[in-house]
Ligand binder design. Sequence first.
Ligand code: GDP
Length: 138
Amino acid sequence: MSQRTFSIIKPDAVRKGYTGAILAEIEKAGFKIVSIKKISISRAQAEGFYHVHAARPFFGELTEFMSSGPIVPLILEKKNAIADLRTLMGATDPAKAEEGTIRKKFAASIGENAIHGSDAADTAEFEIGYFFAGYELK
Ligand code: GDP
């Protein structure tokens, strides 16, 4: 049965012109792009999205980074989408990411790491709803 997950091409990757290359990796891995847009978000919007990390020492850096330039939020669909996207992304720290993963290819550091992907079904549902309205869910 197919599953939906939520992803963001982060500001570092958009700034460096990697959007198309990352989308190609995603499609090559068998994901259908259900919805896509390019937007900029405020610091407060980034804080709302990452509320589960509010107590972490990097919260300030993370929310400043995520509001530093355009991002590309995505809804993706395939069988086992949530786990498979996490595998395709690679480890949070690109220095530890496996060969062939998006973070290995396109990320520079643990903070500026090119891509976000939901880590579970309940977070995917919250994250899709945070960035996409009902009429954008095809
Ligand atoms: P993910 O699920 O692999 O994205 O990783 P986490 O859920 O642990 O962290 C969320 C995001 O916070 C990561 O993707 C990074 O952008 C950022 N982050 C995590 N750890 C650090 C850190 O040590 N420093 C900074 N600046 N950002 C971090």
